[in-house]
Design a protein. Structure first.
Lengths: 346, 180
């Protein structure tokens, strides 16, 4: 099935309570699949096409405040529209899943795959000091698997999670193993707002605190949460790094391209390897720093003007040269181009 | 075994669905597979292409520049992809509407006159299955029984009555393909 369809089916099977979205290429199949699959008949899951992206994210805000497992999806321009809602959700410490199937920008850009939303996804996106947990699937299988993982992390940390995919993975078909149907939760966490029973005080969900001292305390709490996430939730995959002199750092579609580039480079006697970040926030900085002790060079391969490369540079801290390579505007780099670039820098 | 294929032609010729059937058939044979369409503002009459990779191993890049096999169904695609066939690879094309034939000497070139044959069989929609049959004859990477299973999987049930007709088209393709 297509990557987009895998997200949709996995959401039903993960026991999601609601999906709120608005169509945009290249991710419309998520909403289309969910509409056709009629999950309200299978599990009671609500699927709704909102009147706009802004409405959809605020429906997610509402659903999440009620303790429900809710999600939305869009592509780059639509994700920009959702940023206000996302920062409110982060500020209210609510769990939810946001899927971004990235296309080329800025503005309306193109409808072809890109990875130019890395800064937006990992550094905030909306205003205020906050982070999303960002997962980067690089196969249709991971598009399915990361839905459940996202919900787990979102509820564990009461934090919005973004799956940062791209048009290629969304539109591509691959073999996928789907997990069995999970039942939807019958209970909600105690922080959820569900009305005021006589037995407890009412729960208020807000991202507003006019007292700066209390707000600073809250900011400090967020910082310690993000630090805990940095400590415990870093995920990555290494390929042929054991003896690699040259290490590609790439996620999503670019990581797949680099897997092939490694084969091509090694056939020419160049010892190349790949570190594929699976979480972009938290970023595998510690591991990259370790690897920079024995590698000669790193190349961050992204379909952007060079965004993740900044995090690679910070991780390596000047120890070895770090370069960026990538195509833009919806063009996917080919493995041959990656190898040619590497050779030009050796 | 890894087979990297591009199928290219006009939108409406069944390019994407041929790739899809190929992909499902390979899954039926327990192989790894990726299907990467050139999606975009495409329409009937415009150009369409799809990259299909079938392998015994984990597939690395679903997007590639050089192919073991190019299946070419119109002139624009021939102009664009003839150079992308790996040396020693093969190119299969339908000569219908082709004014400049493939010229490379370092690859195997096959012709399958599927459009003409589909007309003769009075089932123009089986055009792509004739081409697929031709491909399977010269590159038997997937067994015919698995292709039939793949067809069942990719066609909605209301069209399952058309499977025998498609099977016939596959067989016809196997008969008429010839090396140039």
């Amino acid at each position: 099935m297509k990557g987009n369809e895998a997200v949709a089916e996995a959401a039903i099977r993960a026991g999601a309570d609601g999906y709120f979205g608005y169509p945009i290429t290249p991710q419309s199949e998520i909403l289309e699949y969910l509409m056709e699959a009629k999950p309200h008949e299978r599990t009671g899951m609500v699927v709704l096409q909102a009147e706009s992206e802004v409405a959809a994210i605020n429906m997610v805000y509402g659903g999440a405040a009620c303790g429900k497992k809710v999600m939305t999806s869009s592509s780059s321009p639509g994700i920009s529209l959702k940023q206000e809602g996302i920062t409110y959700i982060a500020g209210a410490e609510l769990p939810c899943l946001i899927v971004n199937v990235v296309r080329g920008g800025p503005g309306l850009g193109t409808i072809q795959p890109a990875q130019s939303d890395y800064f937006q996804a990992t550094k905030g996106g909306g205003h205020g000091d906050y982070h999303l947990i960002v997962l980067a699937p690089s196969s249709v299988q991971e598009m399915a698997d990361f839905v459940e993982l996202s919900f787990e992390l979102a509820f564990k940390y009461r934090n919005p999670v973004m799956m940062l995919s791209d048009g290629a993975i969304g539109q591509m078909m691959e073999k996928v193993w789907l997990k069995p149907q999970k039942e939807r939760s019958k209970t909600v966490p105690e922080w959820a707002t569900t009305g005021k029973p006589p037995t407890r005080e009412r729960v208020i969900i807000t991202s507003l605190d006019l007292d700066p001292h209390r707000q600073e305390k809250f900011n400090e709490k967020l910082v310690s949460k993000y630090n805990e996430i940095r400590e415990k939730e870093v995920r990555f995959e290494e390929l042929s790094c054991e003896d690699a002199e040259y290490i590609f750092v790439a996620y999503g579609t670019s990581a797949r391209v680099c897997m092939k580039a490694i084969q091509l480079a090694r056939a020419q006697g160049i010892k190349a390897g790949l570190l594929r970040p699976i979480t972009l926030f938290p970023f595998p900085s510690k591991r990259l720093n370790e690897l920079s002790g024995r590698a000669r060079m790193m190349v961050s391969v992204e379909m952007s003007a060079g965004q993740m490369v900044e995090d690679v540079m910070l991780s390596v801290n000047g120890r070895i040269p770090v370069y960026h390579f990538g195509r833009m505007g919806g063009i996917v780099t080919t493995p041959e181009e990656v190898v040619d670039f590497l050779k030009s820098k050796i | 075994m890894t087979e990297e294929i591009i199928i290219a032609g006009f939108g409406g010729q069944g390019v994407l669905s041929m790739g899809k059937i190929m992909a499902y058939s390979a899954v039926m044979q327990d192989m790894e597979v990726s299907w990467m369409p050139s999606y975009g503002p495409e329409m009937r009459g415009g150009t369409a292409n799809v990259m299909v990779i079938i392998s015994d191993e984990r597939i690395s890049s679903p997007i590639i520049r050089n192919f073991d096999t190019a299946i070419i169904l119109n002139q624009q695609s021939l102009d664009k992809f003839e150079e992308s066939v790996k040396p020693g690879g093969m190119l299969i094309y339908d000569s219908n509407g082709i004014t400049r034939h493939p010229e490379r000497k370092d690859i195997k070139i096959y012709m399958v006159d599927a459009a003409e044959e589909a007309g003769r069989m009075k089932s123009p929609k089986t055009f792509n299955m004739i081409v697929l049959g031709g491909f399977l004859k010269v590159k038997p990477v997937i067994r015919l029984e698995n292709v039939i299973k793949g067809l069942k999987k990719s066609l909605p049930e209301r069209y399952h009555n058309l499977i025998p007709m498609n099977e016939k088209a596959l067989e016809r393709g196997m008969e008429i393909i010839r090396e140039v």
